[in-house]
Design a protein around this ligand. Structure first.
Ligand SMILES: [Zn+2]
Length: 120
């Protein structure tokens, strides 16, 4: 217990590496990463969390505007999906999506997914 992984990011004030600890992995094991080679789920975990740099006494946070500090409330829109040729079929007629392949925008009837009202 108490294991974590570390992602090091350069302080924007002084340039020294600062450690961001994460327990986002299923099995944290004191691994060390940089922003370039850290797995996605670890990067997501360390976003928007201000850290203190002991070298210069400055504070900074790792930001990505696609992952806002306060996430917007989901506003789902029902989009038509092309009928898959490889879906599962139950003898009583139930069908389910073939999850062994990834669902992408290419599966949508329209080229781009619709956005919530007022956004473009
Ligand atoms: Zn610093």
């Amino acid at each position: 217990m108490g294991l974590f992984d570390s992602v090091y990011a350069d302080c924007p004030h002084c340039g020294k590496p600062v450690e961001f600890q994460t327990k986002a992995d299923e099995a944290p094991y004191m691994r060390r990463y940089t922003l370039e080679d850290a797995p996605d789920h670890m990067l997501q975990d360390i976003l928007n969390k201000p850290h203190h740099c002991q070298a210069c006494d400055g504070w900074f946070a790792l930001l990505d505007q696609r992952f806002p500090i306060v996430p917007p409330r989901p506003a789902p829109i029902a989009a038509k999906v092309k009928t898959p040729t490889d879906c599962g079929v139950h003898e009583q007629g139930f069908k389910w999506w073939p999850w062994e392949r990834r669902f992408t925008v290419a599966d949508l009837e329209t080229a781009t997914p619709p956005l919530p009202n007022g956004e473009r």
